[in-house]
Design a protein around this ligand. Structure first.
Ligand code: NAD
Ligand code: TYD
Length: 377
């Protein structure tokens, strides 16, 4: 079946993996990658598919209602997969306005343009879909009431060896929203708007909330690519607080596969949590990265441990995220494909093999931002 799909934020980290998957898997679709190309957007991420006949890039700000409404009509858009966002918690602490603008007003602008266009058609919402990609951070923070770790209730392929849970509660689809950072507050707000468009106007919407992603093409302000690059360059590794915070990590291509399954088979107005049951304390994860980079570079074991530098904690730093994705596994048959230790090794190798990609991003303006960010920590 032919479909005309807009993927927003397709030049970013997760978006580029989603665009690549859809362009390669669905030659009959017309895929439009809509992206403003902020500091986080990089078309180099899509070099391998840019000439495919079913792919087109459009530079646009999601806040530009008129331009998006026109695009909907010109391209007869019947599906929207919305990933464009400001995505970094530390930036949101410094500049919350940009987050409200893009994440809240931008999402609302897309919803309203889609509503006006789809309601103008004879078939209205029939066969249409507005799929909004969100984060588990909207649920707030979980307690760390088992700091030494306990046997977890579930395991998946993604779960690391000797996998532990650091508390006995998890984020479920029914967990009440309780965002703490300006980033998660803006994402929570956008999630509410998406659901409101279903409840009020009958728009066919879906929301998914995913745990922390890792893998190739992630902007090096986020923990994993930042630390891989710093280890390679012998630069300090700024660990916030005591490094005891817990995150739940999923390989980005597994997230992209979940988005494919949910876009095609997910139920309208449902929420699905996406994650691999793979909790890690930051400091333990950092030691795995150090070991992996040192091994690949031929350094003696423990060589880069001295780079660990404890710095002032992030304001409002959420203690623990851990997501229960069993609904998605049970109802739609999705499962992660990659075990965490394999995924980290693959990721480290990718960054070390793609130094030019990293150097292009970390030179110039970003270097100045990075220095400012860590000044005084
Ligand atoms: P990213 O920062 O790497 O990429 C965001 C993309 O959106 C960039 O290409 C940027 O140019 C584009 N963009 C930003 N503002 C825009 C605007 N106003 N108009 C058009 N395009 C704009 O982000 P990511 O990590 O790939 O995250 C993608 C989505 O997934 C976000 O909605 C994020 O909240 C969500 N998410 C991310 C994670 C994660 O671990 N990274 C986990 C769960 C959910
Ligand atoms: P990050 O990759 O920014 O993702 P998020 O804040 O959305 O979870 O950070 C992951 C964890 O790593 C988080 O607990 C904060 C911590 N962190 C550091 O300790 N040092 C750093 O330089 C960064 C960027 C993150």
């Amino acid at each position: 079946m032919k479909r005309n799909i807009v993927i927003t934020g397709g030049a970013g980290f997760i978006g580029s993996h989603v665009v690549r998957l859809f362009v390669n898997k669905y030659p009959e679709y017309n895929i439009i990658n809509l992206d403003k190309l902020t500091y986080a957007g990089n078309l180099v991420n899509l070099k391998d598919i840019e000439d495919k006949p079913n792919y087109r890039f459009v530079k646009m700000d999601i806040c530009d209602f008129d331009a998006f409404y026109q695009l909907m009509q010109d391209e007869k858009i019947d599906g929207i997969i919305h990933l464009a966002a400001e995505s970094h918690v530390d930036r949101s602490i410094k500049d919350p306005f940009t987050f409200a603008k893009t994440n809240v007003m931008g999402t609302l602008s897309l919803l309203q343009a889609a509503k006006l266009y789809w309601e103008s058609l004879p078939e209205k919402y029939e066969g249409k879909r507005f799929y909004h990609i969100s984060t588990d951070e909207v649920y707030g923070a979980l307690s760390m009431n088992h700091p030494e770790g306990i046997e977890p209730p579930f395991k998946t392929v993604a779960s690391s060896e000797g996998h532990k849970a650091y508390g006995d509660d998890f984020f479920y689809e029914t967990t009440k929203y309780n965002p703490h950072s300006p980033y998660s507050a803006s994402k929570a707000s956008s999630d509410h708007f998406v659901r409101a468009y279903h409840d009020t106007y009958g728009m066919p919407t879906i929301v998914t909330n995913c745990s922390n992603n890792y893998g190739p093409y992630q902007f090096p302000e986020k923990l994993i690519p930042l630390f891989i690059n710093n280890i390679r360059n012998g630069k300090p590794l700024p660990v916030y607080g005591k490094g005891e915070n817990v995150r739940d990590w999923l390989f980005v291509e597994d997230h992209a596969r979940a988005i494919d399954v949910i876009f095609h088979k997910g139920k309208i107005n449902e929420t699905y949590n996406i994650g691999g049951f793979n909790e890690w304390k930051n400091i333990d994860l950092i030691k795995v990265m150090i070991k992996t980079v040192d091994k690949i570079l031929g350094n003696p074991e423990g060589y880069s441990l001295d780079l660990i530098t404890y710095v002032t904690d992030r304001l409002g730093h959420d203690a623990r995220y851990a997501i229960d994705s069993s609904k998605l596994q049970r109802e739609l048959g999705w499962n992660p494909s990659l075990q965490f230790e394999e995924g980290i090794e693959k990721t480290v190798r990718w960054y070390l093999d793609n130094q030019e990609w990293m150097d292009n991003i970390t030179s110039g303006e970003y270097e100045k931002y990075y220095q400012d960010m860590y000044k005084g920590r």
